[in-house]
Design a protein around this ligand. Structure first.
Ligand SMILES: [Zn+2]
Length: 294
């Protein structure tokens, strides 16, 4: 795939037509001399060039000063109000006489071939904590929605992680986030006390769940679940010491099911219509009026 840099294209075709002498901000970066500034209604751009005279060989670690070439990159540095700050930087490529390979210096905090600094990406991702849409945050940061989602997929959110070793009451259930080829449901593990999600497994398949959760917890006392046979079996085989509890939602559901079965069976036996007293029978006693109480 071609490494298409939209920021660079924008810089060269649009932004470079708006040079300015009176920009509100100054870019002060180590070993970078700013040679020009541009600004339009969406972007602030800087031209910069490296002032270094030597660098380290990334292959052997030696200090090298033989210049082989220059390389220009365009990186999104950060946001300033509603504008994105771009830096078009000319970096030096040094040649190592020992290993005969070249190294382009790294002057910004950028990972791999990214066209954004790590700071910018972190900032963008943290905006997703608000209740908002991907497209909104993407628009705010002037990136495509798919690009934002790609960055989000790579993130590990450490702060939200629950340490399974300390979990005493585990709640499990299935949810349907995505439909995979071999899994219609995902399996969710939650800490019943803090109500935080511990993990979401891609499938609720018994063998898969077993493999993942055995040995995960150390001090488990109870496991709340919907009493679906495979889940019960998982709980018994992985944590025989923990008590299996029907979660309240499914407990009530089970009761209502049994109650309505019995009610219709009785009504049929007596030859009465099954739907006549339904409303009455499912109301709280205190909510009934005088006639209902009779
Ligand atoms: Zn070298």
């Amino acid at each position: 795939m071609r490494n298409y840099n939209t920021a660079k294209t924008y810089f060269e075709t649009v932004l470079s037509k708006f040079p300015t002498e009176k920009c509100e901000i100054n870019l002060n970066l180590n070993q970078i001399e700013i040679t020009a500034t541009y600004e339009d209604e969406n972007y602030i751009g800087f031209d910069g060039k490296s002032t270094s005279t030597e660098g380290g060989c990334k292959h052997c670690g030696q200090v090298i000063s033989m210049i082989k070439d220059y390389k220009t990159t365009c990186t999104t540095i950060s946001k300033y109000n509603s504008k994105n700050i771009l830096l078009r930087l000319t970096k030096t490529m040094y040649y190592c006489p020992d290993c005969h390979r070249s190294t382009t210096e790294k002057l910004l905090d950028v990972s791999g071939n990214q066209q954004k600094t790590n700071g910018f990406i972190t900032n963008m991702i943290s905006c997703l904590k608000e209740t908002t849409s991907y497209s909104m945050i993407a628009r705010m940061h002037k990136v495509s929605t798919s690009n934002l989602i790609r960055h989000f997929d790579k993130v590990e959110l450490r702060e939200a992680q629950v340490n399974p070793r300390n979990v005493r009451n585990l709640s499990v259930d299935e949810v349907r986030f995505i439909k995979l080829e071999n899994a219609n449901y995902q399996f969710v593990l939650m800490d019943g006390d803090s109500r935080k999600i511990i993990a979401i497994l891609e499938t609720r398949q018994q063998s898969f769940v077993k493999e993942h959760i055995s040995g995960m917890f150390e001090s488990l006392e109870t496991i709340s679940q919907d009493l679906w046979a495979p889940y019960r079996s998982i709980a018994r085989s992985c944590y025989p010491g923990a008590k299996v509890i029907a979660d309240p939602f499914h407990g009530v559901k089970q009761f209502m099911w049994a109650f309505s079965q019995t009610r219709t069976a009785l009504a049929k036996e007596q030859g009465v219509k099954t739907n006549r007293h339904w409303k009455l029978l499912t109301k709280r006693y205190s909510n009934l009026d005088e006639r209902g109480k009779e």
